[in-house]
Design a protein. Sequence first.
Length: 66
Amino acid sequence: MAAGHGNTPAAWIAVAVAMLGFVVGSVALLQSPVSEAVLWIGIVIALVAFPLFLVLSKLGFNSSDH
């Protein structure tokens, strides 16, 4: 893979956290009636992914030599 295409530990962890948030939110939407509390938990988890990426980047996990 070419350098600089997101193949770093920081990117992988951020994507995994975002996917977890989407899965939690999707499960909430599939319930009948829709569980708004679980939906908001999923949204918060997904939104945490970007600040998490920034923190991991600052800690040096944004280089592919790990």
